[in-house]
Design a protein around this ligand. Structure first.
Ligand code: C5P
Length: 244
């Protein structure tokens, strides 16, 4: 997917109130096009945050990581189409039938409403998991990387547009699933930002060079002393990574 520099950046609105989120959006509005709404913000203020972002002309990545039986996830996907989000995600571990049904019903709904279907992104293995937990707690006989590879390929086969991945996994996913299969990458840290709780990080420039399509950045921007300046610096690094 050919994206402009500004289209590659997604800012994570990890706040607990609508006011706080909208303050950030107001500050960053001149520079940032797409914002991520996750579980905390969504459970606190519901659909209103999506409506407010749309009123301001912003795009929404609805990060609710749906994981349920096929009919339920497809129904949530149809609702996401109706609310006009740009992107939403599902757990690839929900299985092929769930993903295929979600793609089918969201395609149908988007056609009915004459709008573009949101990008549907799969979550493979949460980055909070390590090999030991995967094997001992979930009883899987694979490493995290092998499980990521398996689920990314299942997501691709099921018609999803891409997966969330750590910056380190982008190359492997592109090799296995093709360069058009999107990678949405958190864990991005410019050299001048704190790592916080992110462990395996890459700079924006490195992540883009590795092939990341979308970069999800939260605290380096939202908790910066001057968020607009931080966003501008990151956009510059993205541009450098794109070689333009
Ligand atoms: O503040 P920070 O840049 O670390 O925010 C990253 C965002 O991406 C957060 O909303 C976090 O929940 C999300 N995320 C992540 N790692 C994943 C999946 C999502 O950091 N594997």
């Amino acid at each position: 997917m050919k994206l402009a520099v500004e289209e590659k950046l997604i800012v994570a609105l990890d706040t607990s109130s609508l006011d706080e989120a909208l303050q950030l959006v107001e500050q960053l509005g001149g520079r940032v096009i797409t914002f991520k709404v996750g579980k905390e913000l969504f459970v606190n203020c519901g659909i209103q945050i999506i409506q407010e972002l749309h009123k301001l002309g912003k795009k929404v990545f609805l990060d609710l990581k749906f994981h349920d039986i096929p009919n339920t996830v497809a129904g949530a996907g149809v609702a996401a189409v109706r609310h006009g989000v740009f992107m939403f995600n599902v757990h690839a571990a929900g299985g092929q039938e769930m993903m295929v049904e979600t793609v089918k019903r969201t395609n149908r709904e988007a056609e009915l409403l004459n709008r573009t279907r949101p990008l549907i992104i799969g979550v493979t293995v949460l980055t909070s998991f390590n090999d030991k937990q995967l094997q001992e707690e979930l009883g899987l006989n694979r490493s995290v990387q092998e499980q990521v590879a398996l689920l990314a390929q299942l997501a691709k086969k099921s018609g999803l547009d891409g997966v969330v991945s750590s910056p380190q996994e982008v190359k492997l996913i592109k090799q296995l699933c093709g360069s058009d299969f999107l990678t949405v990458v958190p864990g991005v840290r410019p050299l001048w930002a704190r790592k916080n709780d992110q462990k395996r990080v890459m700079t924006p420039e490195e992540a883009v060079r590795a092939g990341a399509d979308f970069l999800v950045v939260g605290r380096p921007i939202t908790q910066a002393e001057r968020p607009v300046l931080a966003a501008e610096k990151i956009l510059k690094e993205i541009k450098e990574g794109m070689g333009c």
